[in-house]
Design a protein around this ligand. Structure first.
Ligand code: NAG
Length: 247
């Protein structure tokens, strides 16, 4: 079996040769899906603060196990890792475009589940202490050796999505502004259900954000619910990864 480590060794070995050594004005921009409708570009006055790789679960509830019952999205829990310096074209640390584009899939397929597991479940997170102690994702030597812990994503007590970049003191409490389908060839996840939509999120207006006002979710992998007829009645948690661009 191809291990996470060996894939990354290969990726990073390539990176050393393929990364452009000099690039001016390499301001990262959220990518496009290539679909009929795209997310709006970030406003010109916004400043990119961080790019995170999020790894966790999307939660759904099925009111019933009858075919055709819609799984309702109810929340998400994820650990955020800092990938800002791996953005293609970044001097010295930038990854080749293809490796960057595939990193959410690579992490979802090969990196260990990042949450404290709900005992007895495969993908469920512990409801009391979902987050283990802050921990980086380890990469092999020969390039950047780690993807550093950045913070947490969860839904607050009012079910409002929160991004708490607690390692650098930034927060985003957000609501959805718009969403578009992930590209057809996006990685469908470990359950094969599909990649969740790409989103443009904006400040919730609750006064809970700190230093952030806009978030883009792009290059999603996995996270789509299983059919209620298969998952059964109640809560289901589906693993996913994605990039979050924070402004
Ligand atoms: C998501 O589901 C897990 C169980 O897998 C639960 O522990 C967690 O509290 C839920 N969180 C949200 C925001 O729905």
């Amino acid at each position: 079996m191809v291990s996470f480590k060996s894939l990354l060794v290969a990726a990073l070995a390539t990176a050393a040769y393929a990364a452009p050594t000099c690039q001016v004005n390499n301001v990262p921009v959220p990518p496009k899906t290539g679909g009929a409708k795209e997310l709006e570009d970030p406003a010109a006055n916004l400043i990119l603060k961080k790019i995170a790789l999020g790894y966790g679960i999307q939660n759904y509830t099925c009111a019933d196990n009858v075919a055709g019952t819609e799984a309702k999205a109810t929340g998400a829990v994820a650990v955020l890792y800092d990938v800002t310096n791996f953005y293609p074209g970044t001097a010295k640390t930038g990854l080749p475009q293809k490796i960057w584009d595939n990193l959410p899939e690579t992490v979802l397929r090969f990196a260990p589940y990042p949450l404290n597991r709900l005992s007895g479940s495969t993908y469920g997170a512990d409801p009391i202490t979902a987050f283990p102690k802050a921990k980086d994702i380890s990469l092999p030597a020969g390039g950047p050796t780690i993807i550093k812990f950045l913070g947490h994503h969860y839904f607050d007590i009012n079910s409002i999505p929160m991004f708490d970049l607690n390692s650098i003191g930034l927060k985003a409490s957000v609501v959805k502004k718009e969403g578009v389908d992930a590209p057809k060839d996006a990685y469908k996840g470990t359950l094969g259900t599909g990649a969740v939509a790409w989103l443009h999120l904006i400040d919730s207006g609750k006064g809970l954000s700190q230093g952030l006002s806009v978030v883009y979710r792009v290059i999603t992998a996995g996270g789509v619910a299983r059919a209620c007829s298969i998952a059964g009645k109640g809560v289901q948690s589906v693993p996913y990864t994605t990039y979050y661009y924070f402004y």
